[in-house]
Design a protein around this ligand. Structure first.
Ligand code: TYM
Length: 332
């Protein structure tokens, strides 16, 4: 039986962080064993907010290196850069005729980006979820491993795929966000406000490229307080965030011990942060070192990017041929 198809992408707008790893890449590494996987670097998407392309090459090569260092295996999954597959842009064009201004304007990520950057509200930003849909359905994917912040985009992708099928005939499965049946992940930032992010609140985000001392510094600075005064106190958000992050990289027994200390109103946040910093250093160091080595080997990077583009196009060309046929773009 043919394997089920999976697609997911990451924008090269900065270096990868713990949120990208635990929201997305960790599942890429698991899914590449059992599914037909397409993973890519969403360079076109980055142009919607980062029109200055001076750093683009470096960011793309870093993101490729960091994905591989974190366990993505380009021999198992098809791994490519979005702009190497022009068929995605063609499908985006067709889908744009099925997407309405009102629904696009209501998208939470659009509204956020308008708020952050009111002088650059371009049409690409508005139609961002349409391009994302094209990325996914160009391979007729069913599952999309992503973090919690992408949930609304996926809902829109289902709508656009459905509309195409309704108007032109059944071609696309309706894709869904995927996390092995668990809730989608949101890795919180260290300052107790929002989530870890590539370009915002950099001191409250742990990057896969952070060196040991920087990791320690960031964690020791994470917001805490004097601790609970009475046993069984409610946990403030910024402390709960630290526990959530600890759950990702520390042993279960370590987490349980600090949790019990908290419940007994006997916790020393300094000790907890020190322990978390050491566990984080152990987690990040091998990925960082491997990513640096891969980044230096441009011949290897070129080889895998060329191979990925070729495989991705093979699949995309087939879908576009069917889409054209079904739309009726064939005249003689
Ligand atoms: P991007 O580049 O912002 O993030 C890449 C992946 O990392 C996840 N992620 C997080 N997960 C948990 N906690 C966090 N703090 C956190 N921050 C980021 C994201 O959910 C995502 O899975 N629009 C997408 C890129 C994209 C895409 C696609 C994804 C373009 N086309 C097609 C899937 C399918 C984005 O901006 O991701």
């Amino acid at each position: 039986m043919a394997k089920e198809i999976v697609v997911s992408g990451i924008r090269p707008t900065g270096f990868l962080h713990l949120g990208n790893y635990f929201g997305a890449i960790r599942n890429y590494v698991r899914m590449q064993e059992d599914y037909d996987c397409y993973f890519f670097v969403a360079d076109w998407h980055s142009l919607t907010t980062h029109p200055d392309t001076k750093l683009l090459r470096e960011h793309v090569l870093r993101v490729v290196s960091e994905n591989i260092a974190a366990g993505l295996d380009p021999d198992k999954a098809c791994f490519y850069v979005q702009s190497a597959v022009p068929e995605i842009a063609e499908l985006y064009l067709y889908l744009n005729m099925l997407a309405y201004k009102g629904e696009l304007e209501k998208t939470a990520t659009f509204k956020d980006k308008v708020r952050l950057n009111p002088e650059n509200v371009n049409a690409g930003l508005l139609t961002y979820p349409v391009l994302q849909t094209a990325d996914i359905i160009i391979h007729r994917a069913k599952y999309v491993p992503v973090g919690k912040d992408q949930e609304q985009h996926l809902e829109m992708s289902r709508n656009f795929a459905q509309r195409f099928n309704h108007r032109y005939g059944e071609l696309f499965p309706e894709p869904g966000a995927f996390n092995y049946g668990e809730a989608l992940v949101k890795v919180p930032s260290l300052d107790g406000a929002g989530k870890m992010s590539k370009s915002e609140n950099q001191y409250a985000t742990i990057y896969l490229s952070d060196d040991d001392d920087l990791i320690r510094k960031k964690l020791m600075k994470a917001k805490t307080d004097a601790g609970p005064e009475t046993p069984g106190s409610e946990m403030p958000d910024y402390i709960s965030n630290l526990f959530q992050i600890m759950a990702l990289v520390s042993e279960a027994s370590t987490l349980e011990q600090f949790r019990a200390d908290f419940d007994a109103a006997n916790i020393r946040y300094g000790d907890m942060k020190k322990q978390l910093a050491e566990d984080m250093v152990q987690f990040i160091r091998p990925i960082r070192e491997k990513a640096l080595a891969i980044r230096k080997d441009e011949a290897y990077l070129k080889k895998i990017m060329d191979k990925g583009a070729e495989r991705a196009r093979e699949s995309a060309v087939k879908t576009i041929a069917m889409a054209r046929e079904m739309i009726g773009l064939h005249y003689l």
